[in-house]
Design a protein around this ligand. Structure first.
Ligand code: CP3
Length: 313
């Protein structure tokens, strides 16, 4: 999950010397090193490449900055420039990510482990490109009034997400995860156009490459409908959904669910909640994971405790 590294002192050390986050993502040696940092400490089954979903708008020419204590901030979009951007220029800008995947793949920590590549879902990318920051205030509807413009932009996003997915797979990603962090912003009537259809388009593309896809539609109300329409190989659930209901209604592999806040508390409560997920899904295909990213103030020893608990189950 996002920011797997931020709770690790070895990540923070590299980060403190690299104040520009995008430049750090595009430093192939450092990003590869950051990718394997958690695997050096913990017996995880897979690594996720150190990158960011906002490299897509960046590579399309929209300025992206990460401001301390604010989060991402994006600049103006120029649609006529955007529609002229060539595939080659775009790939050239993202080439360090592909190089980083290749370097990571060769490391001993990855010998018998999967390497997860990822993208933001078309909807979540659209949200950042139009709102230009995290839409925490929820007033997003205003951006959708010019339907022709929005749909044109959505088509461009989908086209370039596919190119990014394709190149990650060619460079060694063995799984693709699609993060739809803002799927929960939409009403049912808008999900078809902005979430189900475009995400299913990407899932079909990933299927055609014979690679499994994991979709994370955070805060979506109807996971069953999402799975039926998007058809990923795995659905990753957030911590607000009832896992019993998911186990009873979803017939594909489920990932995640545990509230990352539990890693900030005591071991007994963490254990009780972890066993709850493991027990609920014990007769089903299940990938243990969190329901969102590891929080920055997490004590690494709690992650160690959690991984051992799962491995011993
Ligand atoms: O787990 C990992 O470290 C893998 C790499 C990864 C990052 N971002 C690195 C990162 C992944 C998978 C992401 C995905 C991502 N990025 C999402 C989808 C998942 C989710 O959390 O909902 C989103 C919405 C983003 C956009 C983004 N990037 C935000 C909102 C932020 C937070 C900014 C802040 O100041 O809180 C980031 C920054 C970011 N991406 C960090 C990392 C390690 C932290 C950067 C830092 O300050 O050191």
């Amino acid at each position: 999950m996002r920011q797997a590294g931020r709770y690790l002192p070895e990540f923070r050390e590299i980060r403190s010397k690299n104040p520009n986050f995008i430049d750090l993502c595009l430093n192939e040696n450092l990003s590869s090193e950051i990718t394997v940092q958690p695997l050096k400490r913990f017996n995880f089954d897979a690594a996720i490449i150190f990158s960011d979903i906002l490299l897509l708008p960046y590579a399309l020419g929209q300025p992206v900055n990460f401001k301390k204590d604010f989060g991402p901030e994006l600049g103006e979009i120029n649609i006529s420039k955007l529609s002229k951007i060539s595939e080659n220029d775009y790939i050239k800008k993202l080439q360090p990510v592909y190089n980083s995947l290749k370097i990571t793949k060769m490391k001993k920590e990855l010998q018998d482990k999967d390497l997860i590549g990822f993208v933001g879902a078309p909807w979540t990318i659209l949200v950042y490109m139009l709102h230009k920051k995290s839409p925490k205030d929820g007033n997003f509807k205003k951006h959708l009034s010019d339907k022709i413009f929005v749909n044109e932009l959505l088509e461009i996003i989908i086209k370039f997400l596919k190119i990014h997915i394709d190149n990650q797979i060619k460079s060694g990603a063995t799984i693709i995860q699609i993060f739809d962090s803002w799927a929960g912003l939409l009403n049912e009537e808008d999900l078809e156009n902005y979430v189900y259809k475009p995400t299913n388009n990407l899932v079909n593309f990933i299927k055609s490459k014979k690679i499994p896809s994991i979709c994370f539609p955070k805060d979506i109300k109807n996971y069953k409908k999402y799975v039926a329409l998007v058809k990923p190989n795995v659905v990753s659930i957030d911590y607000n959904v009832n896992p019993i209901e998911i186990a009873n209604t979803i017939d594909i592999t489920v990932q995640g669910g545990l509230n990352p806040n539990l890693l900030l508390g005591n071991k007994e409560e963490l254990k009780r909640n972890t066993l709850k997920y493991l027990d609920i899904f014990k007769d089903k295909p299940y990938i243990f994971n969190l329901g969102h990213g590891v929080l920055p103030n997490t004590d690494p020893s709690m992650v160690d405790y959690l991984v051992k608990l799962i491995k011993n189950y």
